[in-house]
Design a protein around this ligand. Structure first.
Ligand code: TEU
Length: 547
């Protein structure tokens, strides 16, 4: 494979279960990914990140691992994975695996053993505590609803589970456990993977087990030994290898992220944070209906951009993943075909001009939209189903819950990839595990490739620019007009090169800003020409050189 600075790469995220089914099972598989390698080549991405494909009961679609060393038969086997690696490498495409080491499934052999007795060799691989006066050990809340401790009658103790009741948190205080985890990661590095994405890695150090005035996050988020553990992980596994790493950081801070990504500290290459994707959570509450706060979106994105740039850190930059609604439906406009295409391209340009590693989530590159499910039986996601039950218990009207899920559910991004206009969007010849929204007739890869003006080609161009222009990778970031209600504007500067990015987030005409020049060469825009005013959702990236 060609050598390139990892900082110039673009990652494409695959949710295998919904990507491409080659067996008619209704669920995607690894051979389905192999089949589409030319598609990725055409798009130009450097890495494919596969969400977990290990053996799992799939209560949380693979984030509940029952055997780290086996491939879930639903997705294929290790031979398929090997073939994917070889064929991808032959096309200069790298593979990034998802590493889930904050918790395992309760079906993992360690946990099965751990729960049998307090004397089990694996007891301390997990976090077991006595009840506090007949109540759970602390009042911490699970991210998927309910108390974070699950009672187990076999030994009359509780185990910690920050996510689902079938996802038991591992005890990172335990050195044997850590050693087993490193061995497992080294197995996959030796297998030939090129990148690692670490699931909720900033939650591994739990600190004190005390009740909280809030949800308990302050005790385990960026916990007391987290940097020590990540540094140890680095030294024992990928540290001296050509493996790109990204950590998923839940509710983190800039200061911690500067540390996680400081090359001198030997922790990780890059980090995801989610603060910019909470701008439609009024008062921090996800299960609400709300317009997004545009000024807040800019403020958060730019605060992170500038601070990480100045402090020598490295962001992953993204709008979409398998936990988030579709961005055109969320921050763009999916109400008319024209607006969908314009705003889809605008969002792409606004994001891909930023500093960091861009991530594209399957279907984003063709402007896939939220499916607009209306009935609870259309949903599959455990978080959504739990939320439904909890909101019903609180007395919320079921129509209102349906409206909220239609805008906030993780299933919005988990519907199958829309390949063509044949039945089920060409995803499967069987019955899909989750419905394919009828929009597939219009929004699909086949159509996107035929139409040179489709969103796909904007992404293709942005990836090409990322590879070609040093200023996109290394340039410093300067935001403009942060109080403007319509425009998102920033520049990137490196040596004598300058990029200016302007994006109109509104469905109306807006004047060009007066204090910033857009006279440079237009590298990319979502309109054919330039006019006196910026038109609805108009976005452009211009390039200039100082002599
Ligand atoms: O998600 C981390 C996480 O914090 C989630 O709670 C996320 O914020 C939430 O889904 C948004 O509503 C990771 C994975 O990406 C997710 O799919 C898993 O369910 C979770 O970890 C547990 O492994």
């Amino acid at each position: 494979m060609e050598h390139r600075d990892w900082r110039k790469s673009v990652v494409y995220q695959i949710y295998p279960k919904s990507f491409n089914d080659t067996t008619g099972s209704g669920e995607g598989d690894i051979r389905g990914i192999i089949e589409k390698l030319d598609y990725f080549k055409m798009l130009g991405v450097d890495y494919l990140w596969l969400t977990p494909v290990y053996e799992s009961p799939m209560n949380d679609n693979g984030y509940d691992i029952s055997d780290y060393y086996e491939v879930n038969p639903q997705f294929g086997d290790k031979k398929d994975l090997k073939e994917l690696l070889e064929k991808a490498h032959a096309k200069d495409i790298r593979i990034m695996m998802d590493i889930v080491i904050n918790h395992t499934s309760t079906e993992h052999q360690w946990f099965v053993d751990s729960r049998t007795s307090k004397d089990s060799k694996y007891r301390n691989y997990y976090i077991w505590k006595d009840s506090a006066d007949g109540q759970p050990p602390t009042n911490w809340e699970s991210k998927f609803g309910g108390n974070a401790w699950a009672y187990d009658s076999q030994t009359n103790q509780y185990y910690l589970r920050l996510f689902d009741i079938t996802q038991a948190d591992l005890n990172w205080e335990n050195e044997d456990m850590r050693r087993d985890i490193y061995e497992m990661i080294n197995y996959w590095i030796d297998f030939g993977v090129d990148g690692l994405r670490f699931d909720v890695i900033n939650l591994i150090s739990k600190g004190k087990f005390e009740s909280s005035n809030g949800l308990g996050k302050e005790f385990y988020t960026d916990g007391p030994k987290v940097h020590e553990y990540i540094n140890e992980l680095n030294r024992n596994t990928f540290g001296d290898k050509d493996v790109m790493t990204v950590g998923e950081m839940s509710s983190t801070t800039i200061d911690h992220c500067l540390k996680y990504t400081d090359p001198e500290r030997n922790e990780l290459n890059s980090v995801f944070n989610f603060h910019h994707l909470k701008v439609d959570y009024p008062g921090g509450e996800k299960w609400t209906l709300a317009n997004f706060d545009f000024l807040e979106l800019k403020r958060i994105l730019m605060e992170w951009q500038v601070a990480m740039d100045e402090g020598g850190g490295w962001n992953a930059i993204f709008w979409c993943n398998h936990d988030q609604p579709r961005v055109v439906s969320r921050f763009g406009n999916d109400q008319t075909e024209e607006n969908r295409v314009l705003s889809g391209k605008m969002l792409a340009i606004a994001l891909h001009g930023l500093k960091g590693t861009p991530y594209i989530y399957q279907g984003e590159e063709i402007g896939m939209t939220n499916p607009g499910f209306r009935r609870i039986d259309q949903y599959r996601d455990i978080e959504s189903l739990n939320a439904y039950t909890i909101l019903r218990e609180r007395g919320m009207d079921s129509h209102q819950i349906m409206d909220i899920l239609a805008s906030k559910s993780r299933d919005n991004s988990r519907t199958p990839m829309q390949w063509d206009d044949s039945i089920h969007g060409g995803f499967t010849e069987g019955e899909p595990w989750i419905e394919v929204p009828k929009e597939y007739e219009n929004i699909n890869v086949g159509r996107a490739l035929e139409d040179k003006a489709s969103i796909f080609y904007t992404y293709q161009k942005l990836i090409q620019l990322r590879h070609e222009l040093d200023v996109l990778t290394y340039g410093s970031v300067e935001p403009y007009m942060m109080e403007d209600e319509n425009l998102f504007i920033y520049t990137r500067t490196y040596k004598n090169e300058k990029l200016t990015i302007i994006a109109n987030f509104r469905d109306k005409e807006v004047s060009y800003p007066e204090n910033i020049s857009v006279d440079g060469e237009v590298l990319l825009s979502n309109y054919k020409d330039k006019k006196e005013m910026l038109r609805p959702y108009e976005a452009l990236m211009t390039y200039g050189q100082e002599k």
